[in-house]
Design a binder for this molecule. Structure first.
Ligand SMILES: NC(=O)C1=CN([C@@H]2O[C@H](COP(=O)(O)OP(=O)(O)OC[C@H]3O[C@@H](n4cnc5c(N)ncnc54)[C@H](O)[C@@H]3O)[C@@H](O)[C@H]2O)C=CC1
Ligand SMILES: O=P(O)(O)OC[C@H]1O[C@](O)(CO)[C@@H](O)[C@@H]1O
Length: 378
C-alpha cells in the first residue's frame, strides 16, 4: 500500500508519515523543499523522538520523496497512490490541487481504484476545501466520474510539533500525545483503517473542540507571550497573567462547547487542564512566533478566535479574554511572518478598526469589533 503525503514538514514527518508507516503504508512525501526531498530520497528513513522523559526514538523506514514542483511526477504519484494525505498549511491547498486533479485524470483514464484524499490541516473542513479546489479544475463530466473515484473525508489533527533545530535535517521531536480523527461518513465503505486513527460519523464536535481549545489556547499563550517579550510558549506559560488569559479564553470557549455539544463539564475541564500541561511540556521548546504565525488566518471568520467568540455572544456569554487575545493578535508585529507584516501595514494604512473588520469579516459596529478596539487602544 502506498501513501502519498504532501508536505514533509513537522506534522508530515512527525505525525502523519509516522502513523501511516506504522500502519503498513510505504510513505512517499511530495515537497517543494529541495534539500528535504533529496535527504529523504537518499536516506529512505528518518527518526522521530518523543518529547518526554523516555526520549523514545522511533525509526521510520521505507520512505521516499518526490519534488512537488515536478507536475508530471506528482500526477503520476497521485495516479498510483492508495491514499493521499496533506500537511502543507491551508493556504497551500490550492497550490497542490492542480497536481491532484492531473493525477485523478490519469487515474480515470487507466481505470484506477477508488481512493481518499485527507487534508490534515488546522481548519474546519480542510479536505472539503481541497476538494473544491481540485473539482474546480475538472470539467463537469470529469467531476461526475471523479465522484466515484475519489472522496475527501475531513479530519482533525492534534500533535504539537515545534520548529526543529537538529543537526540531522530529517530528525523530528514530537510530543507523545496525538489525536487524528477522520469523518467516516465521507469515506468509501470497507476501506482499510489507519491504526491510531479515531473514525467518527460526525466530525464537527471533535474539530470544534480541538480547534477552539488546543488552538485557541495555544495562540492565546503565543500572542500574550510575544507581547510580554517571551521567546517560547514554555516561558510564557510560567507567567500568571498569561496563564490567567489562556485559562480565561478556554473557559469562555469551553462553556460554549459544552452548551452546543453537551460535553460533560468536568471532563471538559480536565481536557483544558491536560492541554495547558501539554503547552508547558518541558521537553519541548516551542517558539511563540511559530504558534502565533499567520495572524490573518487566525483572526479569520471561521478560525479559532472569531467563530467561537461570535457564537458565545449569541449565547449571551462573556468574551472578555478572547477579546483581549484578538487585540494582542493585532499587536503581533513579528517582522519575519508575512501575514503579521501584511496585517501591520493594513493597520498603519487604514487603522486597527478597519484592519480588524477586513480580516474578521465582522462589521465595524459589531459589539466584538468595538470591544476589541477598546482593549487594543488600551
Ligand atoms: N506543527 C504543529 O504542531 C501542527 C500543525 N498542524 C497543521 O499542519 C499543517 C503543516 O504544519 P507544519 O508541519 O507545522 O508546517 P511545516 O512548515 O513544518 O511543513 C509544511 C511543509 O509543506 C511543504 N510545502 C509547501 N508548499 C508545498 C507544496 N506546494 N507542495 C508540497 N509541499 C509543500 C513545506 O516545504 C513544508 O515542508 C498546517 O496546516 C498546520 O496548521 C496541525 C497540528 C499541529
Ligand atoms: O498553523 P497553525 O494553525 O498555527 O498550527 C499549529 C498549531 O497546531 C498545534 O499543533 C495544535 O494541534 C499547535 O502546535 C499549534 O497551535
Amino acid at each position: 500500500m502506498k501513501a502519498l503525503h504532501f508536505g514533509a514538514g513537522n506534522i508530515g514527518r512527525g505525525f502523519i508519515g509516522l502513523l501511516l508507516s506504522q500502519s503498513g503504508y510505504e510513505v512517499v512525501f511530495s515537497d517543494v523543499n529541495e534539500s528535504l526531498v533529496q535527504s529523504l530520497q537518499k536516506r529512505g528513513s528518518y527518526e522521530v523522538t518523543i518529547a518526554d522523559e523516555s526520549r523514545e526514538r522511533i525509526p521510520v523506514h521505507g520512505v521516499d520523496a518526490i519534488d512537488g514542483r515536478n507536475s508530471t511526477e506528482v500526477a503520476e504519484a497521485v495516479a498510483t497512490a492508495d491514499l493521499i494525505t496533506t500537511a502543507v498549511g491551508v493556504p497551500i491547498l490550492k497550490h497542490i490541487a492542480p497536481g491532484i486533479a492531473a493525477g485523478i485524470r490519469l487515474r480515470m483514464e487507466r481505470g484506477g481504484t477508488p481512493f481518499h484524499v485527507i487534508a490534515c490541516e488546522n481548519a474546519i473542513g480542510a479536505s472539503t476545501q481541497l476538494k473544491e479546489h481540485v473539482m474546480s479544475l475538472l470539467s463537469a463530466e470529469e467531476q461526475e466520474k471523479a465522484a466515484l473515484l475519489v472522496a475527501f473525508p475531513d479530519s482533525a489533527v492534534d500533535r504539537i510539533v515545534p520548529l526543529q533545530h537538529h543537526e540531522d535535517p530529517l530528525a523530528v521531536t514530537v510530543e507523545r500525545f496525538y489525536e487524528w480523527v477522520i469523518n467516516r461518513s465521507q469515506m468509501f465503505p470497507d476501506t482499510k483503517e489507519i491504526s491510531g486513527v479515531h473514525y467518527v460519523d460526525d466530525l464537527i464536535p471533535y474539530i470544534e473542540r480541538k480547534l477552539f481549545t488546543v488552538n485557541t489556547g495555544h495562540c492565546s499563550a503565543a500572542y500574550a507571550g510575544y507581547h510580554k517579550g517571551y521567546a517560547t510558549i514554555q516561558e510564557a506559560m510560567k507567567d500568571e497573567e498569561v496563564i490567567g488569559l489562556v485559562n480565561g479564553a478556554l473557559q469562555e470557549t469551553g462553556s460554549m462547547l459544552i452548551r452546543v455539544y453537551g460535553f460533560d463539564a468536568s471532563e471538559h475541564e480536565a481536557y483544558i487542564h491536560k492541554i495547558m500541561d501539554r503547552f508547558r511540556n518541558p521537553y519541548l521548546s516551542d517558539e511563540v512566533v511559530r504558534v502565533g504565525r499567520s495572524p490573518i488566518r487566525k483572526l479569520s471568520p471561521d478560525d479559532r478566535l472569531i467563530r467561537p467568540a461570535v457564537r458565545i455572544l449569541e449565547q449571551g456569554g462573556s468574551t472578555e479574554h478572547l477579546t483581549k487575545v484578538m487585540a494582542l493578535a493585532l499587536k503581533f508585529d513579528y517582522a519575519e511572518d508575512p501575514e503579521a507584516v501584511e496585517l501591520q501595514s493594513l493597520i498603519a494604512e487604514q487603522g486597527a478598526c478597519e484592519a480588524f473588520v477586513k480580516v474578521s469579516g465582522l462589521d465595524a459596529s459589531h459589539v466584538l469589533t468595538q470591544r476589541v478596539m477598546v482593549v487594543y487602544e488600551q
